[in-house]
Design a protein around this ligand. Structure first.
Ligand code: MV4
Length: 504
């Protein structure tokens, strides 16, 4: 059995800190790596050791596999945790780690490749008996090939990049006359984005739910699932809110999908934490979409309802320990919701809003967790993702969890940069979210309401006056500290409270 005593975290931001927190609890030393732009970042301060790895651009730092491995060797780290994004689903990085005697915390390069190639993944799932979206099982070769296939499946269809995921190189085809041009443009986007022009075709599932199952597999062939996450609140393939259990789920459907999720992971002898993504249509038919071979952003909601530390499980699995828990012992307790807080201007087409954090007051109290990394005076760099924090709440049921999320969002105050907090509060107030009756079209469907209200709030003269007053006090450095509330802040809060609060 491998004994891990030091882990290099090949990431930045909230996830780097999230991983290091578990390491600290386990008595494992931590090594941070950082770019030019991250010299003053929190993950650097948190770690036991930190090493500079290059310029700000990720391509020259957090994606520099050789440099990171060099640091791991120099610092005598036994293992590398890749977090999410960056090198987390890079098979050649996983291989290089192994070649250098460093344990990559995640699956083997073969499994990463097998799931990274979406056509391969479909074939694997078909062989394992897992339902996939009807469509092609090999890449589309010629225009005639595409026409024949689409006539067989029937319009509408989706053309997708085999090396893709997350919406890149994807086209919806609704009319026969567009087939040739859309297949061509999907192919060229695939080529330029992934260096691979292989595309495949699937039947289009309209207004689906995006539901994913968390899985864990150890090195001894034990595989379990940790239930589902509902991830349908998305905007342009960027998730905004996730919750578990899914409001759509029934015990029977969960049992069925959970079994398939475990079958999917077993089909590749999956080692570590992974996610099986499904599309679920309005008649509750479900189809395997993709497998993510990493820890995901939204993992905390699963941790909250199962009581399991997923990072700890990843580390124990990497050391070679067999999973301690059995499927039949796992329970979903209560309801958890995560809101992703982005530094962006929701009134200006969700443009990133980098800059200096002036004040930050984070929500606390019963049932609240924040996974973040920014602090007062920190300057958010332009180079990386604009997600600055995740707000996770738990309560005994969904209605109470929504109330708690509204309370926590109300407490969350960030000045200096624009954030998505107000927009998230608006989502909590929509009938569609509150009823749990929403799918991947939710943001588009409620766009007018969500944006119109946020504009009106910002443009209200009272609000501008109050905001200016708070800003004035902030500059005098007397308002809005993390230690207490001041009259100006209370006025602001009362105003939004009366306007937006309704009993659920
Ligand atoms: C689909 C689909 C409908 N039918 N495939 C978007 C991201 C990529 N990973 C898969 N995506 C979709 N694939 C078929 N055959 C609809 C989507 C989709 C979507 C999926 C999950 C969550 C949000 C979405 C938003 C728009 C489209």
């Amino acid at each position: 059995m491998l004994k891990i005593t030091k882990i290099l975290v090949a990431n930045r931001g909230e996830i780097a800190i999230r991983i290091m927190r578990t390491c600290r609890e386990m008595g494992i030393a931590t090594v941070a790596v950082f770019s030019d732009a991250d010299r003053t970042s929190m993950h650097v301060r948190y770690a036991d050791e930190a090493y500079h790895i290059g310029p700000s651009a990720s391509s020259e730092s957090y994606l520099n596999a050789d440099k990171i491995i060099e640091v791991a060797k120099k610092s005598k780290a036994d293992a590398i945790h890749p977090g999410y994004g960056f090198l987390s689903e890079n098979a050649s990085f996983s291989r290089k780690c192994a070649e250098n005697g460093i344990k990559f915390i995640g699956p083997s390069p073969e499994v990463i490749n097998q799931m990274g190639d979406k056509i391969q993944a479909r074939l694997t799932m078909i062989a394992a008996g897992v339902p996939v979206v009807p469509g092609t099982t090999e890449s589309v070769k010629t225009e005639k090939d595409a026409l024949d296939t689409i006539r067989q499946i029937g319009l509408p269809v989706m053309v997708k990049a085999s090396a893709g995921g997350g919406g890149k190189g994807m086209r919806l085809i609704t009319e026969e006359k567009d087939i040739v041009s859309l297949v061509r443009s999907a192919r060229s986007e695939a080529k330029s984005s992934f260096g691979n022009d292989s595309v495949y075709i699937e039947k289009y599932i309209s207004s689906p739910h995006h539901i994913e199952f968390q899985v864990l597999g150890d090195q001894h062939g034990n595989t379990i699932h940790l239930f589902e996450r509902e991830c349908s609140v998305q905007r342009r393939h960027q998730k905004l809110i996730e919750e578990t259990p899914s409001p759509l789920m029934t015990p029977e459907l969960r049992e069925k999908m959970g079994k398939y999720a475990v079958d999917a992971a077993r089909a590749v002898n999956y080692e570590g934490a992974g996610t099986i993504e499904f599309l679920v249509d309005n008649d509750l038919n479900f189809y395997f979409l993709e497998m993510n071979t990493r820890l995901q952003v939204e993992h905390p909601i699963t941790e909250r309802i199962t009581g399991i530390d997923l990072v700890k499980q990843q580390i124990l699995i990497a050391e070679g320990h067999p999973l301690k828990m059995k499927q039949k012992d796992l329970r979903q307790t209560g309801h958890a919701i995560e809101c992703r807080i982005y530094a962006e201007d929701t009134d200006n087409n969700f443009m990133p809003s980098p800059g200096k954090i002036h004040n930050i007051t984070q929500p606390l109290g019963l049932g609240v967790r924040t996974d973040g990394y920014v602090y007062e005076g920190y300057e958010i760099p332009i180079y990386y993702d604009s997600m600055i924090s995740k707000l996770i709440v738990w309560a005994e049921n969904r209605t109470e969890a929504i109330k708690r999320m509204k309370r926590a969002l109300y407490e969350y105050k960030i000045t200096g940069v624009k954030t998505s907090i107000k927009f998230l509060e608006r989502i909590m107030d929509t009938d569609d979210f509150r009823s749990g009756n929403y799918d991947t079209n939710f943001i588009e469907k409620n766009k007018t309401e969500l944006l119109a209200i946020s504009k009106r709030t910002h443009e209200s003269e009272d609000m501008i006056i109050i905001a200016a007053y708070i800003e004035h006090l902030d500059q005098l450095n007397i308002a809005h500290t993390s230690k207490g509330m001041y009259p100006a802040q209370n006025r602001w809060k009362k105003y939004t409270y009366q306007k937006n609060f309704e009993r659920l």
